[in-house]
Write a protein that binds this ligand. Sequence first.
Ligand code: CTP
Length: 435
Amino acid sequence: MNLKSRLEASLAPGQLRLLHLAADAASQSGLPLYIIGGSVRDLILGSAIQDLDLTVEGDAIALARALAKRHGGRVTAHTKFGTAKWFLPKDLQTESSETLDLISARSETYKHPAALPTVKMGSMDDDIRRRDFTINTLAIRLDGDRFGELRDDLGGMDDLKQGIVRVLHAKSFMDDPTRMYRAVRYAERYGFKIAEETLTLIPQARPLIEKLSAQRIRHELDLILEEWNAAAMLARLAELDLLQPIHPALTFDESMRERLSHLHTYRGLQHLSPWNITRGEQMRPSDLGWLLWLMSLSQEQVSALNDRLHFTADLLASLFAVSKMYAAQSSFIGLKPSQCVERLESYPLAAVEAVGYAAKDPRVKECFDEYISKWRYIKPHLNGDDLKALGVEPGPRYAVILRRLRNAWLDGEVKTEAEEKALLKALLDPPPAST
Ligand code: CTP
């Protein structure tokens, strides 16, 4: 099978030119050059290639240096892994990238189950066999007149056509238990099935999940929470009993699924520029995913989970905050805007936004949503300098007065600058108390 025309149609002209330059240099050095893995999978499934990583059967660093010598730019290399990054000269930079990654084909072996792999330079055959699933083993040859030729050693094309996620060998999940999470991610992303024999390998690898570092397991869950249908993936993980072995506090139920559906709204809205202007800051979808998923946990559960997953400091603070606010939702009913603001100001914005998505009672929702989109920006027109000019003695009283003015704006007590000034005058110069 030749994918030349598919490749040419899917790549931007600049990318294609780059590909040919690399292919020519590889041919001249007698080195087979390939695109392999996720890019080929996605190309065959009909999406554009995002990262143009090239794998060379031989020394990728030498190839990158030869390219830079001929065409300009510079190279950084990781000799240990045989990988090189070519920082492209201006005339070769494309809209999507200023660099090109060149990777030496490698073998990966595992010293013990769940260990990080030991990486060695290897053949293309090694590089194909080190991979997780057959659908990720497809490669396209780029050098010489074999440009576009599909290499399908392990039946990846058949599995891709039939929609099957299948490991390459029976020890795959034991070598790398994160692959169980990857299997679910691919299956749900593409609407594929996990092969029956692959599913039967889960029980023996499940006890190894506890050996995975916090960073590795969190990374897999982050990747899942970045996906549009994260909820379906988590539901499937729960069904396969792959959440509890991470930590008993990790479960998945209907209310979690419902909350996570708001990830769609967020992802959709993220692309609308007026919304960006109103909301200002953006958070990673995976962070919002964590907050929506776990907001029903208690403070103790969040803390225990953090011992296992080592959340970033910001995410942890937001997780504690959503847990508190979610549990106390009814206490936000019937508050004046200024009271909402006063309470919500002490919480991280991401946490407030997440509870805003999840809240069902419209009165609670309003408090959170209006705070995010409007109320937090409302400030009085007068400031400390104005107070000084009016002869108010500087001190803690300033903050009290300015807050009082802000609250008056928030609650609609003042609607114009003149009304604000009148209120200030009344505050500074209260009418004598009647006796
Ligand atoms: N890989 C693997 N085992 C892992 C992680 C990655 O075998 N635990 C291999 C897969 O063959 C994969 C390749 O390394 O195709 C690159 O990994 P990654 O960039 O994570 O995946 P992509 O294929 O690009 O898929 P995605 O669309 O999820 O990014």
